[in-house]
Design a protein around this ligand. Structure first.
Ligand SMILES: [Mn+2]
Length: 305
């Protein structure tokens, strides 16, 4: 299996790349062709139809040297082996200095990606999680490497997290939050979504204040509202809208060093490509914020969004 390069831009070598796009077509069923395993292919396919020019930052995708890697092969010996394979490959790619954007695949891939980052640099970093789900279960369906456990595994790595858009967790996960006093790390959807609709974005300042100077961003697409991204495996009502997410990301990129990102849980729906296009556009935006800066905040404060 091989994909076209992201957005159809000529793929430079790994050594020359500023950005490394890493497709990880991995889903819980452990076989290609279903659910989140089809996410990366759909994102790359949508990116081929996308304009390279960005009207917000006034830059063109051809200005960044991008390398799109071969899609990572699924390790059939089990989820733990798969996470290790992701870590190993992300370290290999990261060793050349390119900025890594991984395309999921189910959310469990983040454990491997974050471990790779940890092993490549002693510099501490925060994790910013955009998600509907807390994903703090210790084990799910017999494995600690499930997508439902990803943030628990990252908790085990002692990486400080800030969680945005959460609106689904079990009673046991809530008890864990309580025991570990993680309350302040949660920016619950039921608080921030209505506030944003009323034009109150002070919560974004509080998100950013909690972040260390270096940040890894994991975007589970179900953090957005299902009306915006219907093609996710476990949709939850009441999520972020697109421009609120961009506003948050702009503010993070403006004041923090973003060391890597992933976009996970796209589960394409045949004949409904809107979610695929959103994911592709988000990758484009992340690259723009990283390499071409962000529009000054006062412009947005005066003119929206
Ligand atoms: Mn989720």
């Amino acid at each position: 299996m091989s994909f076209a390069p992201f957005a159809g831009v000529d793929s430079v070598s790994l050594q020359q790349a500023q950005v490394v796009v890493m497709p990880v077509p991995y889903g819980a069923t452990l076989c290609y062709g279903t659910g989140a395993a089809r996410g990366p292919e759909a994102i790359v396919a949508a990116s081929m139809q996308m304009e390279w020019f960005d009207e917000e930052l006034l830059w063109d995708l051809s200005a960044v040297a991008i390398h799109t890697t071969e899609p990572l092969e699924v390790d059939l010996s089990g989820p733990e082996a798969m996470i290790r394979a992701i870590q190993h490959r992300a370290q290999q790619y990261g060793a050349h200095g390119g900025w890594l954007i991984a395309l999921g695949g189910e959310h469990s891939i983040t454990t491997g990606l974050v471990r790779a980052r940890q092993s490549m640099s002693p510099e501490p970093f925060s994790l910013l999680q955009i998600d509907a789900h807390a994903d703090l279960r210790d084990s799910y369906q017999g494995t600690p490497w499930s997508h439902a456990c990803v943030m628990r595994r990252i908790f085990d790595l002692a990486i400080p997290c800030v969680r945005v858009g959460i609106r689904s967790l079990s009673h046991e996960e809530w008890q864990f939050v309580d025991q570990q006093r993680l309350h302040d790390s949660f920016f619950w959807a039921h608080q921030i979504v209505p506030a944003s609709r009323e034009g109150r974005y002070d919560w974004i300042d509080r998100v950013v204040e909690q972040l260390l100077p270096s940040v890894y961003i994991t975007i589970d697409l179900d953090g957005l509202d299902p009306s915006v991204v219907p093609a996710v495996g476990t949709p939850e009502p009441g999520g972020l809208d697109y421009y609120t997410l961009l506003r948050l990301l702009r503010q993070v990129f403006r004041s923090r060093h973003v060391v890597g990102c992933d976009i996970t849980e796209l589960s394409p729906i045949a004949g409904q490509p809107a979610s695929d296009f959103l994911a592709a556009k988000l990758v484009h935006k992340l690259m723009g914020y990283q390499y071409f800066g962000v529009v000054p905040v006062d412009l947005y404060e005066r003119n929206g969004p």
